[in-house]
Design a protein around this ligand. Structure first.
Ligand SMILES: Cc1ncc(COP(=O)(O)OP(=O)(O)O)c(N)n1
Ligand SMILES: Cc1ncsc1CCOP(=O)(O)O
Ligand SMILES: [Mg+2]
Length: 202
């Protein structure tokens, strides 16, 4: 499971181009994982969401990029997702693991309290953040900094961790130096003037 450059996007993040075009360019440039996160005020629902999911899934398959779905467990089978990402307010990790014993499952963990109350060993990786301030998530928690990655890695040395939130080509190396196995980004790619360069710099 290669989470080194983990790109997240839904149609709400693709203001200047089609999500398919953005993902194709990012995949060509070397992202290793992708999460379909269709969320927020103008997010697609129902058939339109599923159809976009299928198109993005196909791109990931062509480039050998891992395909994750965010929150919406109903998409996992129809889109033949490699994995699912859930947070603390989503379906409980125990339930997700029971439903999908063979898929990768990621869990968001933002604090010591969340860490202590989560069945961490049921996860395949942890999403740690927001590391820095972000404007891509309306209900984002307070930024936790790279110290949180250090602390999580200390408690779970063999659990893969990706940093998320406000990560850019300038600060990604600090996230990796703190112990993360990968960086997870939305705007560093969707808002880049040159997506290929952004991915390669990440
Ligand atoms: C890789 C990764 N890490 C963290 C998150 C955040 O998940 P969550 O806290 O459930 O928030 P939403 O993304 O659902 O708004 C993530 N999606 N991916
Ligand atoms: C989904 C999510 N979870 C925590 S921060 C965040 C948004 C990350 O977006 P960006 O990379 O643009 O800061
Ligand atoms: Mg969630």
């Amino acid at each position: 499971m290669n989470l080194r450059i983990y790109f997240i996007m839904g149609s709400q993040n693709a203001s200047h181009d089609k999500p398919e075009a953005i993902l194709e360019e990012a995949a060509q440039a070397g992202i290793t994982a992708f999460q379909f996160r269709e969320k927020g005020e103008n997010a697609l629902t129902g058939e339109a969401k599923l159809a976009l999911g299928h198109r993005l899934r196909d791109i990931c398959r062509r480039y050998n990029v891992l395909f994750f779905i965010n929150d919406d467990l109903d998409l996992a089978e129809p889109l033949q997702a490699d994995g699912i990402h859930v947070g603390q307010d989503d379906t409980q990790l125990e339930t997700v693991r029971q439903m999908f014993p063979d898929k990768y499952i990621g869990l968001s963990v933002s604090s010591e309290r969340e860490m202590n109350s989560s069945p961490i060993q049921l996860a395949d990786y942890l999403g740690a953040g927001p590391v820095y301030a972000t404007s891509s998530k309306e209900d984002a928690k307070q930024a936790v900094g790279t110290d949180w990655i250090r602390s999580l890695k200390h408690h779970y040395p063999s659990m893969p961790i990706v940093g998320i939130g406000g990560i850019t080509t300038d600060n990604a190396s600090s996230v990796i130096s703190a112990g993360a196995d990968g960086v997870s980004v939305i705007s560093a790619i969707t808002k880049a003037s040159d997506i290929g360069t952004a991915v390669r710099n990440l």
